[in-house]
Ligand binder design. Structure first.
Ligand SMILES: NC(=O)c1ccc[n+]([C@@H]2O[C@H](COP(=O)([O-])OP(=O)(O)OC[C@H]3O[C@@H](n4cnc5c(N)ncnc54)[C@H](O)[C@@H]3O)[C@@H](O)[C@H]2O)c1
Length: 259
């Protein structure tokens, strides 16, 4: 089978797909023949990405914190493309603030998007995949869910929880005999809008853009930031039939950060 058809038959719903890793993942799935729903709260960016991918793509407005929004998104995808086979939970936020500066409101906002959003993506995802032909769920955790830093109490808490949520859902699906695999990808610093936010914060604190990027690069043994396409390749692999015996796993994409 040609590379371009390898994922023909997959129907993929990706949250947070208007930007960064989610957008790169949508492009790769579409390139390999899958039909892809781009779910996001950023309508203009999401529609424009879907438009650039042609008939194989659809934009659906999806607020991951809202259960009704998930159900509407799944219905819209099923109506156009048929049963969903794959859910990628990529929507997320990271607003650095140490425990003294972080507010309870900020903590709850991060958990609502990163953890509640992934919980709902798994819950509605299992329901949708079970009703169809089975499939795979891939959650975006983070290296910061395995090793923290002083300015990431909320983000690390959310991503550590996403790793354990992933394992529990994977075990449930295996125990029930569902043909549904559930895995987590743990990216290191990947150059997306999220990292641009850190760069802007660094510049506001007096550092140069090059210094902030250099600081990120030097904590990764490969001495560079990752590219969204590199995270997307790992996500697409875990979602593909080639990963048929992999479930409940963490896959770092981090230039050796966690090694
Ligand atoms: N970039 C990195 O260095 C990095 C590292 C580790 C993990 N991650 C994780 O990867 C995922 C993707 O990150 P990214 O770097 O592509 O970020 P990004 O900021 O480029 O994209 C995140 C997307 O999530 C969307 N989003 C935010 N709130 C939402 C909501 N309530 N409902 C639906 N969509 C919502 C945003 O609109 C945006 O399009 C996130 O879960 C992030 O935590 C990123």
């Amino acid at each position: 089978m040609a590379d371009g058809d390898r994922l023909a038959g997959k129907v993929v719903l990706i949250s947070g797909a208007a930007s960064g890793i989610g957008a790169a993942t949508a492009r790769l799935f579409a390139e390999r023949g899958a039909r892809v729903a781009i779910g996001d709260i950023q309508t203009d960016k999401g529609q424009s990405l879907a438009g650039s991918l042609g008939d194989r793509a659809l934009f659906v407005h999806l607020d991951v914190t809202n259960e009704a929004s998930w159900r509407e998104a799944v219905e819209a995808v099923q109506a156009l493309f048929g049963a969903v086979t794959t859910v990628v939970n990529s929507a997320g936020v990271s607003i650095p603030a140490n425990i003294e500066d972080e507010t309870l409101e900020g903590f709850h906002r991060t958990l609502a998007i990163n953890l509640d959003g992934t919980f709902l993506g798994c819950k509605i995802g299992v329901e949708a995949l079970k009703a169809g032909r089975g499939g795979a769920i891939v959650n975006l955790a983070s290296t910061l869910g395995a090793k923290s830093g002083a300015i990431f109490p909320s983000y690390s808490a959310s991503k550590g929880a996403v790793r354990m949520l992933t394992r529990s859902v994977a075990l449930h699906c295996a125990e029930q005999g569902y043909d549904i695999r559930v895995n987590a990808v743990l990216p290191g610093a990947i150059h997306t809008e999220m990292v641009e936010g850190y760069i802007a914060a660094g510049e506001a604190a007096g550092a140069t853009r090059e210094q902030v990027i250099g600081n990120f690069a030097q904590v990764h043994p490969m001495k560079r930031l990752g590219r969204p396409e590199e995270a997307a390749a790992a996500i697409v692999f875990l979602a593909s039939d080639e990963a048929g015996f992999i479930t409940g796993a963490d896959l770092p994409v981090d230039g050796g950060f966690l090694a």
